[in-house]
Design a protein around this ligand. Structure first.
Ligand code: SF4
Length: 280
């Protein structure tokens, strides 16, 4: 066994290439953001130390009990239904999140159900202290059943990595879980139908910080119709959780000159986690 390991070290390491690729994406994002700073974690690698923690967000009435541990009796005397979802499913991973997923089910609560290929529940670390909330799935997300996997998603991943996190360390979800046709904006009744499940995800996750990406996430979470350009960069609060509004990555792709502002917003989030940028 040891000989085999020793021998393999003579070969180029695929892991090294992956690390180099990640570093390049990191530096690309910093360059695009117009900054010459290198963020460094203020703590050893791994999850940030547990915070004293915000008070638990309240579960909305629409999904009361959705964040409770599963296993609640479906009814005295009735045989338990076979599980339709598993902890290994995207965006599940804890009993609390799995309970929300079970309650959402193969949802038809709004008209977006008819056009979706896959319901996009969420993805990431079920114990993440940092959560990103976007608007809704696009075409790539609809196909893969995972939020932020298209071009905007690739930019979001760069942003996350530039902050000193791995994508797998955070949790990502959207306001609506099904793709609006032709990527139109989600409508009020669709947001109203789906938002309770986002609230339940947040209640199940209990993150330390939420980054709200773009107009719909900000306006939905904060109940504030002020344009995103005037809301971004200022700490707010959602159900006791600190919330930082910033631009949506799709907007940043269309308006790259705004990346510097988004980076300023993300630096405030980094500071919350002890990840101070350092002059390079
Ligand atoms: S968008 Fe939300 S409420 Fe509408 S069908 Fe999909 S999961 Fe259900």
């Amino acid at each position: 066994m040891e000989k085999s390991v020793s021998s393999s070290r003579k070969q180029p390491s695929p892991g090294l290439a992956a690390v180099a690729g990640e570093a390049v994406r990191h530096l690309e994002w910093l360059r695009d953001a117009g900054v010459g700073e290198i963020p460094v974690p203020g703590r050893p690698a791994g999850r940030p130390a547990p915070a004293p923690g915000p008070p638990a967000p309240r579960s909305p009435a629409g999904v009361a009990g959705a964040a409770a541990a599963p296993g609640a009796s479906p009814g005295a005397g009735s045989a338990p239904a076979p599980p339709r979802y598993a902890l290994a499913d995207k965006g599940c991973g804890s009993p609390e999140l799995l309970a929300v997923r079970e309650r959402l089910g193969e949802c038809t609560r709004c008209k977006l159900a008819g056009g979706r290929k896959k319901l996009v529940f969420g993805v990431g670390n079920p114990r993440a202290e940092l959560m990103f909330v976007g608007e809704g799935p696009g075409g790539d997300e609809d196909l893969q059943g995972e939020p932020f996997v298209g071009k905007a998603g690739q930019l979001l991943t760069k942003m996350i990595e530039a902050m000193g996190f791995a994508r797998s360390e955070v949790y990502i979800a959207n306001v609506v879980k099904c793709r609006p046709p032709e990527n139109r904006d989600p409508e009020a009744d669709e947001i109203e139908a789906c938002e309770p499940f986002l609230a339940a995800q947040i209640a199940a996750l209990r993150p330390r910080v939420i980054v709200a990406l773009g107009r719909f996430a900000v306006q939905t979470l904060l109940r504030d119709g002020t344009p995103i350009g005037r809301q971004r960069g200022r700490w707010r609060e959602y159900q006791g959780v600190r919330c930082m509004p910033t631009f949506h990555p799709a907007y940043l792709l269309r308006s790259p000159a705004e990346k510097g502002k988004a980076w300023d917003d993300l630096k405030q989030v980094m500071k919350e986690f002890g990840k101070e940028p350092r002059k390079g």
